[in-house]
Design a protein around this ligand. Structure first.
Ligand SMILES: [Ca+2]
Ligand SMILES: [Ca+2]
Length: 456
């Protein structure tokens, strides 16, 4: 009934204001339509929105012959090839939106797209992706091939969620970086003053599900490739290794079936691991493009543009400041104090139900088993100690004692920093001042990441 009403309203508008009929729709018409037995040819349009979060896109084709069956379909490419009595405007793998619909007495067909139920896995529609739609219909009266097409409609899908979703604003401030309490490696000293500008930071570690989503979109965009052994690489740029799949490492939770990436069942909300520093950076750039922000990383040199508006890995200083959660008087070992037990974080043999492995991101939210306190730190961040170590942007180097503003680490090096301890770490590794470093191309089941963005 609603659909009938919608296209009746639309037809009404079409008759009264033909020049405006499509100006308020979704998407961009392209290609061409061809005359049919009812007139000049069928025209496709869409209403609702292109926002995946709203899932309300309604396709419509007007000016079909009456009393005929028609069907919408879509695909990745724009072409213009004569076919039937008309022109096919969509190329690549085509996805049919079954069932066919009937043009009845109005010569109009509609289809309410349900983004949660794509016709095939390869036809999944995500925010950030662009698809081309067209309507096919029977037209026996016209003779010839007895079928025809509308023109094409390009729709760019957006998330419908604001940028910085799932992030907390870490206020800027001055702190004394390094180890204030107890003993540890010499490279945690000397203490040095750092002044930071405010930034957004992911509340939780990036999950397998979020990473697989990115991989599917950048694979569709031709930006990632999978080797014969199952290793995921940049398809362009420097060709760096990004991450493993279950084919290349039994410790990976990312599956690959030759067409799509997925996640090992039950591990969807666990943090992404077996990921290189480059894999973390590539995700940052994808998320920037997705949210309309400026990518930070040059994907050939992997130099970070700190003036870009988009997402990046935190600097080591930003990471340590965020981990401390504002708890600076006095400085303590962990975000919550100076002692640790299994109710605080996930570390080796900490007694959580997932020993020894990752816990779901944000698991220590007060609802954990056994029951415990909500372990969000003072900035609202989870798992800044434990679960997986987190890649930082900096090259590894010794601290100088000099004070600095928004330091970004050495200009070059051989190892990148990671911080916070992981599920296989003993408690000393979970200290806010502890520093890990390694070749950025390596992947471990204990190292993941989260991202930051400068406050606009
Ligand atoms: Ca544990
Ligand atoms: Ca962590």
């Amino acid at each position: 009934m609603l659909t009938t009403l919608l296209f009746k309203c639309h037809l009404h508008t079409l008759f009264l204001l033909p020049g405006l009929a499509f100006s308020q729709g979704v998407g961009t018409n392209y290609c061409t339509t061809s005359p049919n037995s009812a007139g000049a040819g069928a025209v496709i349009s869409a209403s609702g929105s292109n926002q995946v979060a709203l899932n309300n896109l309604l396709l419509q084709a007007d000016a079909l012959p009456t009393g005929q069956f028609g069907m919408f379909f879509y695909g990745p490419n724009q072409v213009s090839n004569p076919f039937g009595n008309g022109v096919i405007c969509v190329g690549g793998a085509l996805h049919r939106l079954s069932p066919a619909t009937f043009s009845g007495g109005t010569g109009v067909i509609t289809y309410a797209l349900d983004l949660s139920a794509p016709p095939t896995a390869g036809g999944a529609i995500f925010a950030g992706s662009t698809w081309n739609f067209q309507a096919w219909y029977r037209d026996g009266v016209a003779g010839g091939a007895g079928h025809n097409f509308s023109d094409g409609l390009e729709v760019q899908f957006a998330s419908g969620a604001p940028p910085y979703a799932g992030m907390a604003l870490v206020p800027g401030g001055l702190f004394s970086m390094g180890r204030h309490v107890g003993s540890g490696p010499a490279h945690e000293l000397p203490l040095h003053d750092v002044l930071l500008s405010a930034y957004f930071m992911d509340i939780e570690e990036v999950t397998n599900q979020k990473y697989a989503h990115y991989l599917n979109l950048d694979f569709a965009a031709g930006l990632v490739a999978v080797s014969s052994s199952g290793v995921v690489l940049q398809a362009g740029g420097a060709g760096q290794v990004l991450c493993d799949t279950t084919s290349s490492s039994s410790e990976s939770r990312i599956t690959w079936n030759g067409l799509n990436f997925g996640v090992t069942s039950g591990k969807e909300t666990h943090p992404m691991s077996r990921i290189s520093w480059y894999g973390a950076g590539a995700y940052c750039n994808w998320r920037s493009r997705f949210d309309g922000l400026g990518p930070c990383y040059n994907e050939t040199s992997w130099v970070c543009d700190f003036l870009a508006s988009g997402y990046r890995l935190s600097t080591e200083a930003e990471w340590e400041f965020a981990a401390r959660g504002g708890q600076l008087t006095p400085y303590e070992r962990y975000p919550w104090g100076n002692s640790i037990d299994g109710s605080n974080a996930n570390y080796f043999s900490s007694g959580d139900p997932f020993d020894n492995g990752t816990t779901p991101a944000g698991y220590f939210d007060g609802n954990q088993t056994p029951a415990g306190a909500d372990m969000a730190n003072g900035f609202g961040l989870y798992d800044m100690s434990g679960n997986v170590w987190e890649w930082c942007g900096d090259w590894y180097g010794p601290y100088s004692g000099a004070a600095s503003v928004n330091p970004t680490g050495p200009a070059a090096g051989t190892s990148r920093l990671f911080r916070g301890g992981g599920w296989q770490s003993v408690s000393v590794g979970l200290r806010s001042a502890y520093r890990g470093f390694i070749d950025p191309a390596l992947r471990y089941s204990t190292i993941g990441f989260r991202v930051v963005a400068p406050r606009p």
